[in-house]
Structures are given as C-alpha cells and as structure tokens.
Design a protein around this ligand. Structure first.
Ligand SMILES: Nc1ncnc2c1ncn2[C@@H]1O[C@H](COP(=O)(O)OP(=O)(O)O)[C@@H](O)[C@H]1O
Ligand SMILES: [Mg+2]
Length: 481
C-alpha cells in the first residue's frame, strides 16, 4: 500500500470510528434522558394500575385497625404485585407493610405528609419518586384511595425500587456499548474497503503525476476511472501528451538549429578560406604578371560577394522567420512587380540568349501584399529559372485569377528537378547539385526565402517538373477581399 493510500485510509478510518462513537454516544444520551423519562411514566402508570387492582377487593373495614390478618393480606397482595405494598389509614398511620414484619409497623412514622399519600388523600391517587425513609432506597410510589361511606378510609400504596429501573437502563446501555465495540472493527473494515475503492483511481492518477513530475512524459493513467475522477485522469493524460509533443517539437527545432549553424559555418568557410589563400599568395609576392594578380583580386572579390550574398539571404530569412517584419501590405500590381524583377535579370538572360517573357496577366486585380517581398519571390524564382536554363531557352512568367487566390507561374525550359529532390528543395541549403549551385553564385537559401514569404502571405508554393520539360514553379497570393 502506498504512502498516499495509507494516509487516505487512516483519515477515513478515524472519521468512520469517530462517526460510530458519536452516533452511539448520542444514542446513549438520548436513552438516558428520553428513555428514562418514558420508562418512569410507563412504570408510574403501571404501578398506579396495580395499586388500583390491589385496592379493588378492599373496603373501609380493612382500614379499621392493625391486625395480623391485615399484615398477612398486605404480604399476599404485595407478593401478587411483586413489589412493596403499604396500607395506610386515612389519618396517615401505617397499618401494614409487606416488606416489614408486623411488629415493626407500629414504630413507623405517620405517613400523612408523604407526597403521594397527601395527594392520594386529596385527589384519589398519587405518584412520587423519592428516597424511602423506611427501606432507605430511591423508590417509585403509586397510591390509590379506598373510600368508605363516611369519606376516605385509607390508602393502598405500592413502591418499586428505582434500582430496578436503573438496572434495566444499565442493561440497555451495556448492550449499546457492546454494539459500539462490535461496530468499531466493522467501521475500520468498511473504511479500509472504501478508501481502497476510492483511492485506487486516485492512486493511479497520483503515480502518473509523479512520473510526469520526474520527467517521464510517456506516463499515462491506464485504468481510466469511471467516476468523478475520470475528468482529472483525462486532463492529466492530455497534458502529458501535449508536453510530450512539445518536447518532440522542441527537439526537432533544436536539431534544425544545430544543422543550420553547421550549414552556415560550412557555407562561410569555403569562400573565407579561398579569400585567405588568395590574399596570402598576393601578400607573399604572388604571380608576377599583372593579369595573374588581377585574376587573384577578382577571385577575392567573387568570394567576398558570395559571403555578402549569404549574409544578406540569412538576414532576410531570419527576419521573415522570426516574424520580425510582418508583410507590409499595400496595393500592388503583380504585373509591374514581375516586370521589374525580370528587368533585373535581363542582362544575365541576354548573355545566355534566353527569352525572358512576362506575359499579360488578364483580369488580375491589384493585390494587397508586401511589394518588396513579392518582388523578392519573383526575383529568386526567375534567377533560378535563368540559371538552370541552357543557352537559347525560354523563361516565362504569367499569372491567373483562380478561385480564392491569384496564382503566379514561373516556367523554364531548363534541366528540371528530379522527382526525388522535389520535396526538399524548399529547405534551407538544400541543393540538387551543390557545387553547380555555388558555381552559379547560389546560397541554397533562395527557395527557403520564397516559401517563407509566400506562407507569411497565406499562400502556398510548389514546383512541378515533368521529365524533359524544364520546371514550373507556382505560388499563390490571396486576392483582395
Ligand atoms: N528552375 C530550376 N530548375 C532546376 N533546378 C532548380 C530550379 N530552381 C531551383 N532548383 C534547384 O533547387 C535548389 C535550391 O534553390 P535555391 O534555394 O534557390 O538555392 P540556390 O539557387 O542558391 O542553389 C537549387 O540548388 C537547384 O538545385
Ligand atoms: Mg536560387
């Protein structure tokens, strides 16, 4: 049994026992008060009735004087009523008493002033509870009057020792105590059973929470309780799943970050060591001829440019990724932006005799987008298209209004992208042919930037490359609402 269960059941057991004791104590209190009063009332009524019965055969003559016969009669009547019987004359003189030998009767004090006798002489019957001076015990007295022709003749009085009442109550209280003692183990057992059945689901929940707290996020509450603790268990499980998911995501992010840093340093190292090598050679005399020296200088410049481009792209990417610069939306003519991007690439295209065509965008409304970001997207896509298209090829840009968005297409007649690479080309630094990309001044970040910008605008981007037919990049932008 766990610490938790022990504590829980201990509390419950204490509570149960306290409850039993409290119930019994209050029953006892009630018995003492109510039962005692009730019993007294009933006994008084009984005793009074018995006194009436005992008095029935008696007449005024009975009370004329004390006699051995009267003493005998009193004894017999007392025996029949199984209590003490006293015959008292109308003046209070005791004539006979069933509990005393006849010769002691004359020495008894006059009973005129006994409360029950006085009441009986006055009203025909009387009851009192008091200590008997004759027998020295607390007694219940009940008396009835016997009347003769000339008025009250005498009193028949019965007395019942209260010790009997006490004995009866004592018996009941003792059995109550016995029941209480018997109930305590039952209460303990019941509390144990209850605490087990109540705390089993809680125990599972607690153990799970403890495992979660100690970092084991695979912990789940397996036996879902069917009671009010169910919601708690479900919440705990859900929380655990969420933590686990987030941890997984965090781990993946951390790995991506590490890969990214490794990639960046790798990308920077190549041009840096090239610059260093050329600079060292130049410093230590280098090639004699000025053309060779100019060549070295150009190489240094080329590599420095490459590093600058890399840094530029990294900055652009991190700016968009971190959400540091959300798209600054303004009304933009897609056609005009495409024309501008194409114009910047014109020299390169002309050098390769590539036809770079921006075709009319029929019915295209002005879009609410970030102008410079959209221009960046088009520039990156056109740059790729021109670079990957051999001499005398064609690069086309067009756009169409589609349901819910504007779709922009950049198509070339270049080498295309093998299907197995297609899903990854939008990743940072991912290139189909690394050295060829570097050769052409690429950083491997162009498409990652494209994807980020398009998605920041709520659009999507994808590439399609049917074998032997070049590539078509398509991205969407939301239409103005
Ligand atoms: N139009 C295209 N035709 C063929 N391959 C392409 C085209 N556009 C992109 N790619 C491939 O996708 C890779 C990633 O492109 P990008 O992110 O712009 O990097 P970079 O241009 O710096 O190499 C390129 O290296 C190339 O392999
Ligand atoms: Mg590129």
């Amino acid at each position: 049994m766990s610490w938790f269960l022990r504590r829980f059941s201990r509390k419950l057991a204490v509570g149960f026992c306290a409850l039993v004791c409290l119930a019994m104590a209050s029953t006892d209190l009630l018995l003492n008060r109510v039962l005692r009063r009730h019993m007294m009332e009933e006994l008084s009524a009984n005793l009074l009735a018995q006194a009436g019965l005992a008095a029935a055969p008696l007449d005024a003559g009975t009370f004329a004087r004390r006699s051995p016969l009267l003493a005998e009669r009193a004894a017999a009547l007392g025996k029949a009523a199984s209590c003490r019987l006293t015959l008292i004359g109308a003046d209070g003189t005791v004539l006979a008493d069933s509990s005393l030998p006849d010769e002691r009767v004359p020495s008894l004090e006059n009973h005129r002033d006994r409360p029950e006798v006085r009441a009986t002489l006055a009203r025909g019957k009387g009851v009192s509870i008091r200590r008997s001076s004759t027998v020295g015990e607390d007694e219940l007295y009940a008396a009835v009057r016997v009347d003769g022709a000339g008025g009250p003749a005498g009193v028949v009085r019965l007395a019942l020792p209260l010790t009997q009442v006490e004995k009866r109550i004592g018996r009941i209280r003792r059995s109550l105590a016995a029941v209480t003692l018997g109930l305590l183990p039952a209460a303990l057992l019941a509390s144990l059973w209850l605490s087990r059945s109540l705390s089993r689901p809680l125990e599972d929940i607690r153990a799970t929470a403890e495992r979660l707290a100690s970092g084991d996020f695979s912990a789940r509450v397996r036996d879902l309780p069917s009671d009010e603790h169910r919601q708690l268990a479900l919440t705990l499980n859900e929380m655990a799943s969420r933590i686990q998911e987030n941890l997984g995501r965090l781990e993946r992010l951390e790995k991506m970050r590490k890969d990214f840093v490794a990639n960046v340093s790798h990308e920077l190292r190549t041009p840096l060591s090239a610059v260093k090598a050329y600079a060292e050679t130049l410093a230590s005399g280098g090639p004699e001829d000025p053309r060779g020296r100019a060549e070295f200088t150009r190489e240094i410049e080329k590599n420095a440019d490459r590093m600058a481009r890399l840094v530029d792209d990294l900055l652009a990417l991190s700016e968009i990724e971190s959400g540091g610069r959300p798209p600054a939306k303004e009304p933009v003519s897609l056609m005009r932006v495409a024309a501008e991007a194409a114009a910047a690439l014109k020299p390169l295209a002309e050098r390769k005799r590539i036809a770079l065509r921006v075709e009319p965008f029929p019915d295209m409304p002005e879009l609410s987008v970030d102008r410079s970001q959209v221009k960046q997207v088009l520039t990156n896509l056109l740059d790729n298209a021109v670079k990957h298209t051999p001499e005398a090829g064609t690069v086309r840009v067009w756009a169409a209004v589609e349901p819910g968005h504007a779709a922009v297409f950049v198509q070339d007649t270049g080498c295309g992208i093998p299907a197995e690479h297609l899903p990854r080309i939008f990743e940072r630094f991912y290139r189909v042919d690394k050295s060829r990309s570097r050769e052409m001044g690429g950083t491997g970040l162009g498409l990652a930037i494209v994807k980020h910008i398009v998605e920041a605008h709520g659009g999507t981007v994808a590439a399609e490359c049917p074998p032997g037919q070049g590539s078509t990049f398509r991205f969407t932008l939301p239409l103005p609402s």
